[in-house]
Design a protein around this ligand. Sequence first.
Ligand code: GLU
Length: 341
Amino acid sequence: MKNMFAKTKLFATLMAVIFLASTATAQDLSDAAIKTALNEAHDKYKNNKDGKNADYIKELARVDSKIFGIAIVTADGKVYTVGDIDSKVSIQSISKAFVMAQIIEEQGHQAIQDKIGVDATGLKFNSIVAVEEHRGKEINPLVNPGAIAATSLVAGVDSTAKWKSILAKQSEFAGRQLSLDMPVYISEAGDNLRNQAIAHLLLAYGRMYFDPAQATDIYTKQCAIAVNAKDLATMAATLANGGVNPITKKMVVSSETVMYTLPVMATAGLYDDSGIWLYNSGLPAKSGVGGGIVAVVPGKFGIAAIAPPLDEAGNSVKAQLAIKYIVEKLGVNPYKITPKK
Ligand code: GLU
């Protein structure tokens, strides 16, 4: 009897070990697993002091470099947050992914390919050489030249109408009315000669679709939209949910638009380190020099982190570390395939 009891106990222990071994690497998106992953990531990286705020836009150097917030919004609308959730940063380049989606929605995906391009340039995000090399072709909407071209394509009779339309669309993605961080806009608008030059060079090559000075101004406003981590995670979650905002339930763009947006995020979302990012996370993502990063786990959730200090490539140090940690912990790298037995 005693022997049988011991055997049963041994069997139960073995089963528990096998179960734990199989779940340790499997995907676990339970409430508890998501909360644990977020808390662990925040704890692990909150004291990381690497990187520094962008300062080529003067106002960004003044942002509190200790801000560190992380959020996940699932495709069925659950919200999980940790850390500094009320602080906002300017959206900067993250807006580009959503303007790209807006253009696809308005003009079809072929327009992006034909009028801008969808190739990674392999050069810096504000490279003039990238424009010069192919006479304004073979760039993409996630680097400055392609982004200013994309902004110039937004429907609207004049500059005000185009700006209103962009702000409305970014707000639909975020699920609330967003607004402009005026000091950031003014600071960058007074100092964006390089972007003005890019826009004029594109015009010279027939690849700018509105007045270049006004397109650059709208683009500068678009980059100065203020967002918190939850806003960004909701924007990413709308992509993760095939274009329907999982909180407001509004269809913001079609699932086909999402299908064409995510690949460019995968190949060109993190500046010169896009390859390194994709290699390590498997996820389409977009970063901005304000310190935010969004990443999309298709069909599952959007994740975002904000933390202003950036690495050499211009990507938030802590946001990258936190998102990578969470992706790994939750087992959501889409290239992680469990072989069929
Ligand atoms: N407004 C910024 C610029 O044009 C955006 C840069 C970024 O976030 O990559 O330089």
